[in-house]
Design a protein around this ligand. Structure first.
Ligand SMILES: Cc1cc2nc3c(=O)[nH]c(=O)nc-3n(C[C@H](O)[C@H](O)[C@H](O)COP(=O)(O)OP(=O)(O)OC[C@H]3O[C@@H](n4cnc5c(N)ncnc54)[C@H](O)[C@@H]3O)c2cc1C
Length: 129
């Protein structure tokens, strides 16, 4: 689902208030989060909100600026062979959230990492250098 679709869905939720033009300045609390300070970027006014938790959503755009275009799909994710985590460029492997995959979780990223590193080692060994 694209970010636009998610945003449209979110706007329809009756129990969610969207606060526009606002950035998070500070998360406050002791053992637990209690309040956040948020700043309106147009007015500069800082308000305090009483809250029970914070979830930082970083968006859906992959950070792929350092990856060559030949191996990324239309959404910016790296296309890999799911068995080996290899890309179509010999010696280039990808794993975790950056790779083309629906599930983006720690357990899948670490499993991918183990597969990628072992196959990368085999690749290096095969070069006999
Ligand atoms: C708010 C939030 C909550 C989440 N909660 C859960 C959860 O409860 N359970 C769960 O399983 N998963 C959760 N996830 C997903 C999980 O964090 C990811 O699936 C996992 O971290 C992916 O690991 P990764 O190594 O692929 O990527 P990342 O953890 O994003 O690591 C990529 C690393 O590469 C670095 N990097 C980027 N560009 C460069 C560069 N050019 N050069 C060098 N380094 C670079 C980054 O700084 C970063 O350290 C959550 C994610 C978010 C954002």
């Amino acid at each position: 689902m694209s970010e636009t679709n998610q945003y449209e869905k979110l706007k329809q939720c009756k129990n969610i208030e969207v606060i526009y033009n606002t950035i998070l300045e500070k998360i406050c609390g002791d053992d637990y989060v209690k309040t956040v300070k948020i700043k309106n970027v147009n007015t500069g006014i800082v308000n305090q909100l009483n809250i029970d938790g914070v979830f930082i959503f970083i968006g859906m755009k992959p950070n792929n600026s350092f990856i060559m275009n030949d191996v990324i799909n239309n959404f910016g994710y790296v296309i890999v062979n799911p068995i080996s985590m290899s890309t179509k460029i010999p010696g280039i492997f990808a794993c975790g959230d950056i790779k083309q995959n629906k599930i983006k979780q720690i357990i899948t990223a670490t499993a991918d990492g183990a597969i990628a590193i072992l196959n990368a080692k085999s690749y290096i060994d095969s070069l006999n250098i």
